[in-house]
Design a protein around this ligand. Sequence first.
Ligand SMILES: Cc1ncc(COP(=O)(O)O)c(C=O)c1O
Ligand SMILES: Nc1c(O)cccc1C(=O)C[C@H](N)C(=O)O
Length: 399
Amino acid sequence: MSDLIERARELDARDPLAAVRADFVLDEVVYLDGNSLGALPANVPGAVEDVVRRQWGELRIRSWTESGWWTAPERIGDLVAPLVGAAAGQIVVGDSTSVNVFKALVGAVRLSGGPDAGRDEILVDASTFPTDGYIAASAARMTGCTVRPLAPAEVPDALGPRTAAVLLNHVDYRTGRLHDLPALTAAIRAAGAVSVWDLCHSAGALPVGLDSHGVDLAVGCTYKFLNGGPGSPAYLYVRAGLQDRFDSPLPGWNSHAEPFGMRPEYAPADGAVRGRVGTPDILSMLALEAALEVWSRPDVSVDAVRAKSLALTDFFLECVAAYVPEGRVVTVTPRAHAERGSQVALACEDAGEVMERLIAAGVVGDFRAPDVLRFGFTPLYLSFAEVERAARVLADTLG
Ligand SMILES: Cc1ncc(COP(=O)(O)O)c(C=O)c1O
Ligand SMILES: Nc1c(O)cccc1C(=O)C[C@H](N)C(=O)O
């Protein structure tokens, strides 16, 4: 038996999160795509069945109050909050990430004073997941701003009296690079601009510290490391100190101070509710609520997840170095722990075909154009033995 197989065995035997895997529905496939769609938590089908058959089927309209449907966006926001370092009352769940980027960014420009206050520039991570860039361009057109794409590390030098808002990704979706949220947030604050962070690839994988680092606004999805299911609702964080002034560009009736007053004039609700728009997507939302239960296990914490995530990605890199001929792939993800999210990206020219063969061989990652093999590591359900096997099969697949 190779040393690495033996090492994987030892690491699994010492893994404090090993038992959590039984809370998920998995098979013999090595699933390294939890950074795109997390695996199914075993309690979700039963929870959804109850929502559909009893809450909807039997209680019908009564469920808006009796089953807690109406308050689900804030209640579930408070479940997400500790996972991203936020005190209760600042996160509302609902809509897609794209929609929340729009709310946050237009809201951020308005909070900054915008062009009327001489702040007419939005800085945006140039390598961002495309939707953020598209939405930023539209938000800029609507608010009279211009967008300036740049690398996150260039932000401190680019900040100035004209900066209205800065939209950054905590972890880059393609490279897996973890950006310096504390330092960048502080620099944005010092320039009098408003920070907006996209946490899609960090929430549920590593500590975020929204409150302690003074982040202004943040958004994220829940179908990756939070395992909420396909199309599960995203969330919006508005720092408590800004909530009174947050002026949503989508002031739907659910964000009204008195939604059932049915008044023609809009009056915003206080607190996180102000970030709501229309009727919440209850089926997806309550599936997410069930999926988040795993975080209340005494053995599960964001710190434990981060520690295992780094151990898994370190071990994968070590196995790749041992099994894959030198020069066949280039590691794109930073080696330094402080700069690494919970994924490993390897570049090679034929990445698209390699990933197809790898998936056929039972190791699921994904291909990101133009040349990246992307592997996501979800510590709640992955074993070190799977990581070793993935690297071995990858080496065979690369030929
Ligand atoms: C960083 C990032 N932002 C936004 C999105 C898209 O979000 P949504 O499809 O929920 O609007 C994704 C992935 O889909 C993403 O990786
Ligand atoms: N949101 C997705 C979807 O609806 C279908 C397929 C993949 C996705 C993704 O989440 C992609 C992901 N944001 C990425 O980082 O590539």
